[in-house]
Design a protein around this ligand. Sequence first.
Ligand SMILES: CC(C)(COP(=O)(O)OP(=O)(O)OC[C@H]1O[C@@H](n2cnc3c(N)ncnc32)[C@H](O)[C@@H]1OP(=O)(O)O)[C@@H](O)C(=O)NCCC(=O)NCCS
Length: 189
Amino acid sequence: MSEEERRRPFGLWYEPPESERWDLTPRPASDSMVTLSEIIDITGSNLLGNVHGGTLMKMVDNAGGLAAIKHCRGPVVTVAMDEMTFMEPVFVGELVTVSAMVNDTGRTSMEVGVRVDAENPRTGRRVHTSSAYLVYVALDREGKPRPVPPVEVENEEQQQRQREAKLRREARLARKEAIVRARAAGGET
Ligand SMILES: CC(C)(COP(=O)(O)OP(=O)(O)OC[C@H]1O[C@@H](n2cnc3c(N)ncnc32)[C@H](O)[C@@H]1OP(=O)(O)O)[C@@H](O)C(=O)NCCC(=O)NCCS
């Protein structure tokens, strides 16, 4: 691999390969694993020293998007982010670690599970602060959804994540359909 290729994984103006070249061989879930760590400074927080929820959400989307890109080996867009709760505050100066992995795939979409942990580097106290599930869609050269390889689960934990991802997928699509139906009916229930 040339230095140029290494520096720019997608090139400055990335052109995804032609559709007949998609490699749809199942890929192990662990191949998509991503861990991002960052010490949060004052620009990412409010005047109390609490880190903004949006700062963490951006890190979550970055890590989730990277996991999806690693799985499908091409560009993706975020299509949905499930409810994200903040169970513990994160403070300026803490080390935030965001871990992401593809849980399951549809035809063109991938559900990624993301977990956020915060560690006080002075005391060593580490807390699980948030979890979120995001859906990404892989795009082809025209920016249209394109097929992605299935995920290959390697252990019981991943099997459980895949089962639960399928339930969430059904719920998301059912909700989307219900809204479309309700709008078509002009608000009648
Ligand atoms: C993502 C996008 C290309 C999908 O377009 P679309 O016309 O809905 O395409 P499709 O109906 O073929 O759906 C594509 C996939 O998205 C999934 N999807 C669509 N709406 C969804 C929703 N609300 N929740 C979860 N998944 C959804 C579909 O199930 C399908 O996945 P599958 O092939 O695995 O079943 C389009 O909605 C888009 O461009 N959105 C904006 C994305 C963006 O800018 N994100 C922020 C910056 S990255």
